[in-house]
Design a protein around this ligand. Structure first.
Ligand code: PLP
Length: 458
């Protein structure tokens, strides 16, 4: 067969500044191996997916067993036990307010289900004007057309114009770079107040929902919301009758040391939560919308929630989800995320003492990001002709690390890479990760010094 047919998925991406990706043939725990036998640590769990680690034989066996026993039963024509068991388990872990669980095959699909559910609910209850959605800029809520439209990335404007209805945007409460007239706390409160101003500008009767990531993922580089901010936006949403939706697609399912990241804020529960990534942990495409029984049951008594996806609650996927949750219990992984997160953060701070290009280390539990800066004092990002995200990724590969790095909006919001290894990582493996990251940062700073020294001045 010709090598030119088909192709790996990365051939669709822009070719500029990219380095060849390793061809991964085997993975176990936090480790991956390429076709030449080189080993790598999966520093970012892919895009923060592989929470229980790779190559888990018990999960693989549960998947095979379900495939052998009953591979498929369509949810519009039949019920099945793995579906019933999985949704009960997720709901119990999520706690009060999330008694109903609608499954999906990925984060974007689950986010669309959440938006569609809320829209159908307000239409069925006679509030048809409620159709506008407010999100943060920057933010990321998915890759489908509707979820791109609510994603806070102004670079998408030419693509969206006349093609999809954009959400209304308010500024994300960044805490590393704040405007000169602000402290981090005054800035986050100003950002929360921007929600109220935006609701009043649009008219509360026209606003359906405020959608926000409790800990930013691939748009802000693990920027957590502060509890004060969460409490304030919860209060604003309640007062104006706006639904608060937490996008926990990336930060949920135990990553931060709580099953839901937002469990850290008891007074700021959302109306709807969306989960994905860690729920299937890479073994199966699994996501979920969590909603209160009151809303779901009320809508079911009116028009019903009208949605349909062929792979919704696929039995093999549900059995995988159950086996993945068993692994969380077996390894006490939610607690491990908190513990290991603290010790890894301490070690990263140790590296920051030696590498001045480390500007910020942020996040919660085992969801962290390291921001790379040209000048730590001024927090100035690297100049446009030096792409730190690509350089650090390349240096990582050379030193046995697979790193997910991003430059958002041309560096406007900084350059960073994600540190979010599988929650199964041991203390010894943390040592090894840091050893390799130390070498990576050494190479990175050498490359930066070389390239930036060649820059024309003036
Ligand atoms: C916060 C957030 N929302 C939504 C999505 C979209 O999820 P998916 O890629 O599974 O469609 C992602 C994926 O990275 C995400 O991080």
């Amino acid at each position: 067969m010709s090598q030119d047919l088909g192709g790996s998925q990365d051939i669709f991406y822009a070719r500029s500044n990219t380095v060849a990706l390793p061809l991964i043939t085997r993975a176990e725990g936090i480790w991956m191996w390429d076709d030449d036998g080189n080993d790598y640590i999966d520093v970012s769990s892919g895009p923060v997916v592989s929470n229980i680690g790779h190559g888990n034989a018990r999960v693989a066996e549960a998947m095979a067993e379900q495939a052998r026993t009953m591979d498929f039963a369509y949810s519009r024509v039949a019920r099945h036990q793995p579906n019933i068991d999985l949704t009960a388990r997720i709901s119990a872990l999520a706690g009060p307010g999330y008694e109903r669980v609608c499954l999906a095959s990925g984060g974007s699909e689950a986010m669309e289900i959440a938006l569609k559910f809320l829209r159908q609910y307000v239409v069925a209850t006679g509030r048809v004007e409620k159709r506008r959605i407010i999100t943060l800029s920057p933010s990321y809520h998915g890759g489908t057309i509707a979820t791109l439209a609510i994603t806070g990335d102004e670079a998408l404007d030419p693509f969206l114009k006349g093609f999809a209805v954009k959400s209304e945007r308010i500024p994300a409460p960044f805490q590393y770079r704040v405007p000169t007239n602000h402290t981090p706390s005054s800035y986050r409160m100003e950002c929360a107040d921007a929600l109220e101003a935006k609701i009043n500008e649009i008219g509360p009767g026209n606003v359906l929902a405020f959608v926000v990531e409790p800990i930013g993922g691939l748009a802000t580089g693990a920027q957590p919301l502060h509890e004060d901010y969460a409490n304030r936006v919860r209060e604003i949403c309640t007062r104006y009758g706006i639904y608060l939706v937490y996008d926990e697609i990336l930060c949920g399912t135990g990553r931060t040391g709580n099953f839901l990241a937002s469990h850290a804020w008891p007074d700021a529960r959302a109306d709807i939560v969306v989960l994905a990534k860690g729920l299937g942990s890479g073994y199966a495409p699994l996501a979920a919308m969590l909603a209160p029984a009151g809303m779901v049951d009320e809508l079911a008594g009116l028009t019903g929630f009208n949605f349909s996806h062929t792979y919704n609650a696929n039995p093999i996927t549900c059995a995988t989800g159950l086996a993945v949750l068993d692994e969380y219990d077996r390894g006490n992984l939610v607690a491990a995320a908190a513990e290991r997160g603290k010790s890894l953060r301490r070690r990263l701070q140790g590296l920051a003492e030696r590498y001045p290009s480390i500007g910020d280390i942020r996040g919660a539990g085992l969801l962290m990001a390291v921001e790379l800066v040209h000048n730590r004092e001024t927090k100035k990002p690297f100049p446009g002709n030096f792409l730190p995200t690509e350089v650090v990724r390349k240096c990582g590969l050379k030193n046995g690390l697979i790193i997910y790095s991003r430059r958002t909006a041309n560096g406007q919001y900084g350059d960073w890479f994600i540190v979010a290894p599988p929650l199964t990582i041991t203390e010894e493996e943390c040592d090894e990760l840091i050893l390799r990251l130390d070498a990576t940062m050494g190479d990175f700073e050498a490359a930066a010094a070389k390239q930036l020294a060649l820059e024309p001045t003036g």
